[in-house]
Design a protein around this ligand. Structure first.
Ligand SMILES: [Zn+2]
Length: 124
């Protein structure tokens, strides 16, 4: 993993805890390959901000494919995992706060808003 990606991953693990956000496996080990992934995909206008990135194991990162965070979290629950809905919500709320502060990421905003509504219902 390139130094920049590695340092971003470490920042995210410090922020969110050292588990895959989807399946909650410990990823701060050499046994499980950790990666960072965008909540709003680049193709949907998602920026490469820490406020748009979470840590995931490589399996979940690959299995998610093009699904939205809420769709994939639903599938994770069906698989018997307990996705970290609170972390997803906190990261997306920090995304909204950054947008309010600095602007930008205009295309990604509706995606973030709708995901936050769906994730909030999943948490309740
Ligand atoms: Zn995982």
């Amino acid at each position: 993993m390139a130094a920049d990606r590695r340092s971003r991953l470490l920042v995210i693990l410090e922020r969110d805890g050292s588990a895959c956000v989807w399946c909650r496996r410990d990823i701060d080990t050499d046994l499980v390959a950790a990666t960072t992934e965008h909540l709003v995909p680049k193709i949907k206008g998602g920026p490469s901000w820490l406020e748009n990135e979470v840590a995931a194991c490589r399996r979940c990162n690959g299995d998610r494919g093009h699904r939205t965070p809420a769709e994939w979290a639903d599938e994770c629950s069906r698989r018997g995992w307990q996705p970290a809905i609170d972390v997803l919500i906190a990261v997306l709320e920090s995304f909204q706060e950054r947008v309010q502060r600095e602007g930008g990421a205009r295309r990604a905003r509706p995606y973030v808003d709708s995901q936050l509504r769906r994730l909030a219902r999943m948490r309740d």
